[in-house]
Design a protein around this ligand. Structure first.
Ligand SMILES: O=C(O)CCC(=O)C(=O)O
Ligand SMILES: [Fe+2]
Length: 366
C-alpha cells in the first residue's frame, strides 16, 4: 500500500466551506450533521471524511447533530449524574478511586500533570476543583482480566443507593460505544485508509467514562482550573453538550475557544491514540474547563481500541521516508502510563492534603 489514498481523497472531496470558515474564525466548533451518513446516504461518508480530515489537521474538535443517541437517554444520564454527586460522603468514600482508576475521585484530589501538555502550555501546579466518578468498560466478576486483577480492568464501582444510575449510565455507555464504532470509517477514510481499516483493532474495544461535577468554586487560585489543560488519551471522545459554559479548546493560534451550546449536539474530539496512529497528523487538542457560573456536569466517553491493538503510527498514513514519531506498543501499554502521568491520587503524601468538597463539608455540619 502507498499513501495514495490519503492524497486521493484530498483531491476528490474538499472540506465544506462552513467547516473551513468555522475553523478560520476560531470562535465556535465546526458543526457536522452525521444523519445522512448514519442513514447510509451515498457520498455522505466521503464528505464527512473530508471535513474530519480538515478538522483533525487544524482544530481537533467538532460537534455533531443527528447522531442517533436518544435525547431522553442523555437527559436522564445528566439527571442521574447530578444525583450521583449528592449521595453521602460515606458512600462516596466507600467507592474511592484507587489502583484501577474506577470509582469516586474527590474534588481537589489531583493535579493533572500531562507531559504532553506541559510541553505545549505550562506546568500545572494547582489541584483541579472538579469531582468525578470514573468507570471503565463494565465487566463481570468472571472476566479473565478481573480475575487476574489487571490494572484498570476491574469491576466498576456503582453507587449502591442509586440503582437507576447504573441502569441509565450503563445504557449510555453502550450507546456511546455503538456510535463510536459507527464513526470509525470516517476516521479511516479521513486518513486515506479503507473504510473498514480500524475494524480489526476494535474487536473488543475499551472505554473509560467519566462523570464529572464542577461546582462553582468561590475562591479559585491563580492558575487553578475546574479541569486543567490536558489532551485526552482516547482514539475519540464523545461529550454531550451542556448549556453551562466552561469548556475551552485551544486553537492552532493558541487562543482559547469558548465552546457554546448547541442543543442536542455531541462534542467529538480525538486524543493521543489517534495522534500516535496518525504520526501527529491528527492533533490531540489541549482543552480545559474553567470555573463554571453554576453547577456543571459532564459525562465524557473516551473510546479506545482493544488492549492488544498496536498504537504505533500506521505505515500507510506516512509519506515516503517519513519517520515514526512514536514507538511500537500495545494500547494497554500506552494507557497505563498515560493515566499515571495525569493522576496522582495514588501518591499518599499528596492525598494527605485533600480537602473536603465545600457543599458536603457544609452538609456534614448540619
Ligand atoms: O467537562 C467538559 O466539558 C470537558 C471534560 C473533559 O475534557 C474530559 O473529561 O476529558
Ligand atoms: Fe478532556
Amino acid at each position: 500500500m502507498t499513501t495514495s489514498g490519503y492524497t486521493e481523497i484530498q483531491g476528490r472531496v474538499a472540506a465544506s466551506a462552513s467547516v473551513q470558515a468555522a475553523i478560520a474564525k476560531g470562535k465556535e466548533l465546526p458543526l457536522l450533521d452525521v444523519g445522512p451518513y448514519l442513514a447510509g446516504e451515498p457520498g455522505a461518508l466521503e464528505q464527512l471524511a473530508a471535513d474530519v480530515k480538515w478538522i483533525q489537521e487544524n482544530l481537533g474538535f467538532f460537534a455533531i447533530v443527528n447522531h442517533g443517541i436518544p435525547q431522553s437517554l442523555i437527559d436522564e444520564s445528566f439527571r442521574q449524574t447530578a444525583k450521583l454527586f449528592e449521595i453521602s460522603m460515606e458512600e462516596k468514600n466507600r467507592h474511592r478511586v484507587g489502583y484501577h482508576h474506577q470509582g469516586y475521585l474527590p474534588p481537589k484530589s489531583s493535579i493533572l500533570k500531562s507531559t504532553a501538555i506541559m510541553e505545549k502550555i505550562a506546568v500545572n501546579t494547582k489541584k483541579d476543583t472538579n469531582a468525578a466518578w470514573l468507570f471503565m468498560r463494565n465487566r463481570s466478576a468472571d472476566d479473565p482480566k478481573v480475575l487476574a486483577n489487571v490494572r484498570h480492568r476491574g469491576l466498576n464501582q456503582w453507587p449502591d443507593s442509586l440503582p437507576d444510575f447504573k441502569k441509565t449510565l450503563h445504557a449510555y455507555q453502550l450507546a456511546m460505544e455503538q456510535l463510536s464504532l459507527k464513526l470509525l470509517p470516517i476516521y479511516a477514510r479521513a486518513l486515506g485508509l479503507p473504510a473498514d481499516y480500524f475494524a480489526p483493532m476494535f474487536k473488543a474495544p475499551e472505554y473509560y467514562q467519566r462523570c464529572a461535577y464542577y461546582h462553582p468554586e468561590e475562591k479559585m487560585e491563580e492558575g487553578q482550573y475546574a479541569l486543567a489543560p490536558h489532551s485526552d488519551g482516547s482514539f475519540l471522545t464523545l461529550l454531550p453538550m451542556t448549556p453551562v459554559v466552561g469548556l475551552q479548546v485551544m486553537t492552532p493560534s493558541k487562543e482559547w475557544l469558548k465552546v457554546s451550546y448547541v442543543e442536542g449536539a455531541l462534542i467529538v474530539n480525538t486524543g493521543q491514540v489517534l495522534n500516535r496512529l496518525s504520526n501527529d497528523r491528527f492533533i490531540a487538542t489541549p482543552h480545559r474547563v474553567v470555573n463554571p457560573p453554576m453547577k456543571r456536569y459532564a459525562m465524557t466517553f473516551f473510546f479506545y481500541p482493544d488492549d492488544d491493538a498496536s498504537v504505533a503510527p500506521i505505515k500507510e498514513c506516512m509519506a515516503p521516508g517519513e519517520k515514526a514519531k512514536y514507538d511500537e506498543r500495545s494500547f494497554y501499554d500506552f494507557f497505563v502510563p498515560y493515566l499515571d502521568d495525569l493522576y496522582h491520587y495514588n501518591d499518599a503524601n499528596f492525598m494527605k492534603e485533600v480537602e473536603p468538597e465545600p457543599a458536603e463539608a457544609a452538609d456534614s455540619k448540619a
